[in-house]
Design a protein around this ligand. Structure first.
Ligand code: ZN
Ligand code: ZN
Ligand code: ZN
Ligand code: ZN
Length: 462
């Protein structure tokens, strides 16, 4: 790599994004960074490491007993010791949460975990003078959405959630002050570490818009997957927030693919990433993320990733982008697919029932309405999958040919070239380095040689 590959820039109508600062080759790593913060999901807190989200060998935390930690994160000599997710305040928050009455809902417990990790960064700064911890928190606060001094720009759902978990957060902070630091500053230290209401609501809003969902388990190199054929494929083990990668805007046809290292795939032979900028034998850290160029990206062009698996249906993609990220996608692919859906009388992701529930939840500012809207979204997802399956089964050969004929060639080629061929994977293929003669799936690690790709393409055309 010669010089920084990307620069941050204001993109009209889309906030700050990343653009190529020079011509980027296919296979180049354009961003490589560690997570600012990670948080394990409620569903996976006894399975995946609370500090780095690694799946597998994990021991209950000796401090709280509520979450598990991997061997690396438990080892005080490791550079990843209590890495990005399980410091003293989070550990105390787990103890507080387990005894809290009435019990916190699962989403609120995850929010408490995230705000606890933010409070831990404040604590490291205020108590230990750790400027890097404060810089990490500030990096999270710089992410979208922009928030005004009185909390303008924060979704009311986040504001009410921050209010709900605040007592538990303060109890957790109080516990760490009592056990590890003399409370010399009276209530001042508690406030300095727990943060004010607007900052915490802003942090929740930023987490919602910017955290990457880390999927349940990466498939093995042989394509095997413990979750094959079930809903588990959509289960999320946790979330991770990044300084640069969280800036990247969405496209349903992305030009970069995200490779995680939560299961050590960046060091696995199937990926064969070149790491010329790395000194010595240190393996990439557990929360390291890389954005790899799928194609050449000319200087000045925006770097775009897909926030969702590229295999998801048009209706589901659009609903999720609107609900979670707050925008309606008008990319080339959505325009084409929406036209087909309308023609077929299928859903396009703008279902009224869901929109109403979502608006009610915002207005009601209560958790029951919020959970109801989430349940409707899940039901729509399932319905959408079933309808699609039935529709696909009912198509006869003539209709399939008619459909194939109306697909623009560049559109079809994108899927053939970039969608993982492993059944049900939904991952994206990218060349793992600029000189690679193969593509690697960013989710299951499947390798496909360029030779094989051209062979299949010839077979398909002939
Ligand atoms: Zn770990
Ligand atoms: Zn703990
Ligand atoms: Zn789109
Ligand atoms: Zn795959």
């Amino acid at each position: 790599m010669s010089g920084a590959a990307v620069a941050q820039r204001e993109i009209p109508g889309r906030g700050v994004g990343l653009v190529a600062a020079r011509d980027i080759d296919a296979g180049e790593t354009v961003v490589a960074e560690h997570a600012l913060l990670v948080g394990v999901s409620e569903e996976f807190r006894r399975v995946c490491c609370a500090s780095c989200l690694a799946h597998g060998a994990a021991t209950p935390c000796s401090g709280c007993g509520e979450v598990v930690l991997c061997d690396t994160c438990r080892d005080p000599a490791s550079p990843w010791h209590h890495g990005a997710g399980h410091g003293a305040v989070v550990c105390a928050a787990e103890r507080v949460a387990s005894a809290w009455r009435p019990p916190l809902s699962a989403p609120d417990r995850e929010r408490l975990r995230f705000l606890g990790a933010c409070a831990e960064l404040r604590r490291a700064h205020v108590v230990n003078g750790d400027a890097r911890a404060r810089a990490r928190l500030d990096a999270v606060l710089r992410l979208c959405p922009d928030v005004g001094p009185a909390g303008e720009g924060i979704d009311p759902r986040e504001a009410s959630a921050a209010e709900r978990v605040r007592p538990a957060l303060e109890a957790a902070v109080q516990a760490t002050i009592a056990t590890t630091e003399a409370n010399t500053a009276g209530g001042g230290l508690l406030r300095a570490i727990a943060g004010d209401a607007i900052e915490n609501a802003a942090l929740l809003a930023k987490e919602t818009k910017n955290a990457f969902g880390v999927m349940a388990a990466t498939r093995g190199g042989d394509g095997s997957h413990p979750n094959d054929g079930s809903d588990d494929d959509r289960r999320v083990r946790g979330g991770a927030v990044y300084e640069l990668a969280s800036r990247v805007n969405h496209a349903c046809f992305p030009n970069v693919a995200r490779f995680d290292n939560f299961d050590g795939v960046l060091s696995s032979p199937s990926h064969e990433f070149y790491v010329p900028h790395r000194d010595g034998p240190n393996p990439p850290g557990p929360t390291e993320l890389r954005l790899v160029a799928i194609d050449k990206i000319p200087a000045g062009c925006e770097v775009l990733m897909s926030y969702l698996p590229v295999s998801e249906s048009c209706a589901r993609r659009r609903r999720r982008l609107r609900n979670t990220f707050g925008f309606g996608c008008e990319c080339e692919r959505c325009v084409i697919e929406c036209a087909w859906a309308t023609e077929d009388g299928a859903a396009t992701g703008d279902e009224g029932a869901y929109r109403d529930a979502s608006r009610r939840a915002r207005e009601a500012r209560d958790e029951a309405a919020e959970l109801e809207a989430d349940a409707i979204a899940d039901a729509l997802d399932r319905e959408c999958d079933e309808k699609e399956e039935v529709a696909n089964q009912s198509l006869d050969a003539a209709e399939l040919t008619r459909r194939a004929d109306r697909i623009p060639p560049t559109y079809a080629l994108w899927f053939v070239r970039n969608m993982c061929p492993v059944d049900g994977c939904g991952g994206t293929l990218a060349p793992p380095h600029a000189r690679a003669d193969h593509m690697t799936c960013n989710y299951c690690g499947e390798r496909r040689s360029d030779e094989e790709f051209f062979r299949r393409l010839d077979a398909g055309a002939g």
